[in-house]
Design a protein around this ligand. Structure first.
Ligand code: ADP
Ligand code: ASP
Ligand code: MG
Length: 820
């Protein structure tokens, strides 16, 4: 004998019911003995609660809600049974009669303005009674000898309406007796039961699973099958963790923990009756019947997987009793939990520090006030004397739990748990580990629940790849190139590094686009164009924060100075940053320091390798030198691609202003070339390098030795500026000629020695590494204790979208590796 249960989601629509009838036809054709339990049609129980609430509030809209309920069932009959058939007429009439009772009942509630839990259970029974009756008739029509069974005949409970306790002995006896006399395929109403005197009770929300398990245990069935809308028990709630996957086998204890900690797919009391009689429980997908789903039994998995699943309870309150008066006093817990038990407060989780100075416990939010009052009353004397503190209540918390029988054999699980939470900036408010080590639960802020579940899932399950969530601002030359590179490289990253780079937020100055599942990078331009208006970057940053995704990285591809003011807040939200934008790192030292500190405090990454030398590994090399104990004696560099281009092309064949004009037209300089020529930009780069070596330097401490003739910097416009350059053509020619006569070339060189930084034009001879530079090359020369005779040189193109974007990309991957 098998017991099959189909949940509300499986019977939400008539075509789904037809699918179930097909599944059952196969069972019947195979000669299997089975009985079926049904929930109310999806959403009906909630609907019944709502119409009662309206009626009790004196709101006559309950009538329309009732009508919708009645019509939905009549429509289902019309869909499932042939027009004009006796069966259809009979079914329709029978339900109309039954629903007339419900209508009167609701009117009664409307008149007395009151719906007690006892009345409510009766109201709710119409959901399961209606669905099961219709389906029993439809099964008959399909040729299965089915018979409707009202579970009130077989499931006996106490009078705890809304959540009645089952009397197992009476129930099992009744089940056996009933089935012995009814050989047909019984179609049982889930969820509902009866107390003494025939009063209707219910088994708690989600209780149809329990009905199936009780029937299975009563009949000593070979298997209990819970058919639902997902493919078994998954490693996490699939609505919250997209990468969750089916757990093929788990133990009763594991399933019990999962369901207790929020996995709605099995109603917690369901497991006990099955476990006692060792009946295997299968969780199957109505929409994918051939998929094996999950088997829950006593067999432990020999696979050695430590964490079987991850679950969460969405909303709890944490109460804490603390104070010196708790220390070494026996019986405190007894008093505390006795007081709570007296008020029937259910405790979800308990933790006590070993110093015994505090005990914290989690309860449902609606129980928090009652719990606080009970404990306060119980410890009134101590609280008044000040040896126990007033009870502290923290709200808006969630519990996340990792679950698995094999955890007890593996050290390091908690370490991985807390590391995953920590790297995502999730604060563990309280921690509990059962001594059976079947679960480790952590109380966290509720707003971080989704992020925590996803981060833990990635930490514990070898899902095919880890997702990085990028929020990119600036989609111009660098940003656009970066998106192209990511798109081209993603397949490789998935395969080689197990990493998927998802761009989930994108903005330019006009528009912004969000897609938590990842923006399609083949069409990002069109999607961004038709997306919402970017009113303010604060909105973008706010949305990024609210999405609260694990492994989030903010990428600023602009040169905008306003964006940089958001960095501190972003890092403080535990979001890493990668940027070629120099504004933040070259602003005040205090600001630079603050950003480093926040990143450290939050355990996130703040990287800006492309601030100096574009994609060249300058800052990372500097760190490698410092970290490995080298001492920097001197850093020299040609750090501007624009200036390199200008000086490498100024060979005397053309006047200087023409070379600058040519560089400007080729896009090698800023629109106003003075920003480059003044050495200001290079100054910011050497400033950043100085800071990276630990020097607390401000921008004004960098000595800029100008070489432009008088009037150039002061010129009112760029055109005027070119005029000044032209008028001074001889001056530049002479600069060049002087150098050439000494066998030298001109280079704009930045130098850092100790805490002295300067930028200026120098004539260098063949002995200098800078002598042979060409094109827009950058070159950085590190003279250190270890690289003293022959310095360490980094050379290559120091500008250009491809190499800069690649530098940012590499940095994103580096951050991704850190986050794993
Ligand atoms: P039914 O109507 O069949 O009783 P439920 O809605 O009660 O279905 O339970 C199934 C739902 O449980 C799934 O749709 C899923 O959203 C949720 N769920 C939560 N955690 C898990 C999990 N770990 N595995 C599978 N489903 C889960
Ligand atoms: N119909 C009931 C509910 O919605 C029971 C169930 O679906 O298991 O809670
Ligand atoms: Mg359910």
């Amino acid at each position: 004998m098998k017991v099959l249960k189909f949940g509300g989601s499986s019977v939400a629509k008539p075509d789904r019911i037809r699918g179930i009838i097909n599944i059952l036809k196969d069972y019947y054709a195979a000669g299997d003995h089975f009985t079926v339990v049904f929930s109310a049609f999806g959403g009906v129980t909630d609907g019944l609660i709502e119409m009662s609430r309206l009626a009790a509030a004196g709101d006559d809209r309950y009538g329309a809600a009732f009508q919708e309920f009645a019509d939905r069932h009549q429509d289902a009959i019309a869909e499932l049974l042939p027009e004009g058939s006796m069966l259809r007429l009979e079914t329709s009439a029978q339900l109309r009669k039954s629903h007339e009772v419900l209508k009167n009942l609701l009117y009664g509630i409307f008149l007395v303005r009151e719906a007690s839990s006892r009345t409510m259970d009766y109201v709710l029974s119409f959901g399961e009674r209606s669905s099961s009756y219709i389906i029993a008739q439809a099964l008959q029509h399909a040729g299965i000898p089915a018979e409707y069974l009202d579970a009130r005949k077989i499931i006996k409970t106490d009078r705890n309406f809304g959540n009645a306790k089952v009397n197992f002995e009476k129930t099992y006896t009744a089940i056996r007796a009933y089935y012995a006399e009814h050989p047909k395929v019984q179609v049982v109403t889930g969820f509902i039961a009866a107390a003494k005197g025939g009063l209707t009770t219910t088994l708690g929300r989600g209780g149809s699973d329990y009905t199936a398990s009780l029937v299975g245990a009563g009949l000593q069935a070979d298997a209990i099958e819970i058919w639902t809308d997902v493919s078994g028990v998954l490693t996490a709630d699939p609505r919250r963790v997209k990468k969750a996957f089916t757990i093929p086998k788990m133990t009763y204890a594991e399933a019990m923990e999962m369901s207790h900690f929020g996995a709605k797919v099995i109603y917690p009391p369901t497991l006990m009756p099955a476990l006692r009689q060792r009946i295997p429980l299968y969780i199957k997908n109505t929409f994918d019947p051939s998929f094996p789903g999950t088997k829950v039994s006593e067999e432990n998995n020999p696979d050695g997987v430590a964490v079987r699943g991850i679950s969460s309870i969405n909303n709890v309150a944490l109460l804490t009793l603390s104070g010196s008066g708790l220390f070494g006093v026996p019986g405190i817990s007894a008093r505390l939990f006795g007081a709570l038990a007296q008020q029937a407060v259910n405790i979800i989780l308990i933790t006590q520090g070993s110093s015994e100075h505090s005990i914290s416990f989690a309860v449902k939010p609606e129980d928090a006030d009652l719990a606080k009052e009970a404990v306060t009353t119980s410890f009134e004397y101590e609280i008044e004397r000040g040896v126990v503190n007033p009870v502290k209540v923290e709200r808006d918390l969630s519990v996340v739990a990792i679950i698995g029988e094999n955890m007890r054999y593996q050290p390091g699980i908690s370490g991985r748990l807390f590391q995953a939470l920590g790297k995502n900036g999730i604060n563990a408010v309280a921690i509990a580990q059962g001594s059976s080590e079947l679960n480790v639960s952590v109380v966290i802020p509720r707003e971080d629940e989704n992020k925590a579940l996803n981060a833990l899932h990635e930490a514990f399950f070898l899902s095919d790849y880890k997702s990085l969530h990028l929020f990119i601002v600036g989609v111009g030359l660098i940003g656009g190139t970066l998106l192209k590179q990511i798109n081209e490289q993603n397949a490789y990253l998935r395969k080689k590094l197990g990493m998927e780079v998802k761009v989930v937020g994108l903005a330019n100055t006009r528009k912004m686009l969000f897609e938590p599942d990842g923006i399609d990078l083949d069409n990002w331009k069109e999607a961004l164009q038709t997306s919402e208006t970017n009113v303010d970057l604060a909105v973008f940053v706010g949305r990024m924060r609210d999405l609260n995704l694990s492994n989030s990285i903010f990428v600023d591809n602009t040169a905008n100075d306003k964006i940089a003011t958001y960095y501190e807040g972003i890092l403080d939200e535990s979001i890493s940053i990668s940027t070629p934008n120099k504004v933040a790192t070259s602003s005040s030292y205090a600001q630079y320091q603050r950003l480093q500190n926040v990143a450290n405090k939050r355990g996130v990454q703040f990287h800006y390798e492309t601030n100096v030398g574009a994609g060249l590994p300058v800052i990372s090399t500097l760190h490698d030198l410092l970290d490995s104990g080298d001492r920097i004696r001197k850093i020299e560099g040609v750090l501007s691609g624009s200036l390199s281009y200008i000086f490498n092309n100024f060979d005397g064949s053309r006047p200087y202003h023409e070379v600058v004009m040519d560089a400007k037209e080729k896009g090698f300089t800023e629109p106003d070339p003075r920003i480059d020529l003044s050495g200001k930009d290079v100054g910011r780069k050497i400033l950043i390098l100085a800071r990276e070596t630990g020097v607390a330097m401000e921008a004004e401490h960098v000595q800029l030795v100008g070489f432009l003739p008088p009037g150039a910097m002061e010129a009112a416009s760029v055109d005027d500026f070119f005029g000044v350059l032209e008028a001074n053509a001889d001056y530049f020619t002479k600069l060049l000629a002087d150098a050439a006569s000494a066998g030298k070339v001109l280079r704009m060189i930045a130098t850092l020695e100790g805490d002295q930084a300067s930028v200026g034009i120098q004539a260098v001879g063949p002995e200098s590494p800078f002598f042979l530079l060409s094109g827009s090359d950058n070159m950085i020369v590190f003279t250190t204790d270890r690289y003293s005779e022959r310095p360490l040189v980094i050379r290559g193109p120091g500008a250009g979208a491809e190499v800069t974007a690649a530098g940012v990309f590499a940095e994103i991957i580096k951050i991704g590796k850190f986050l794993s």
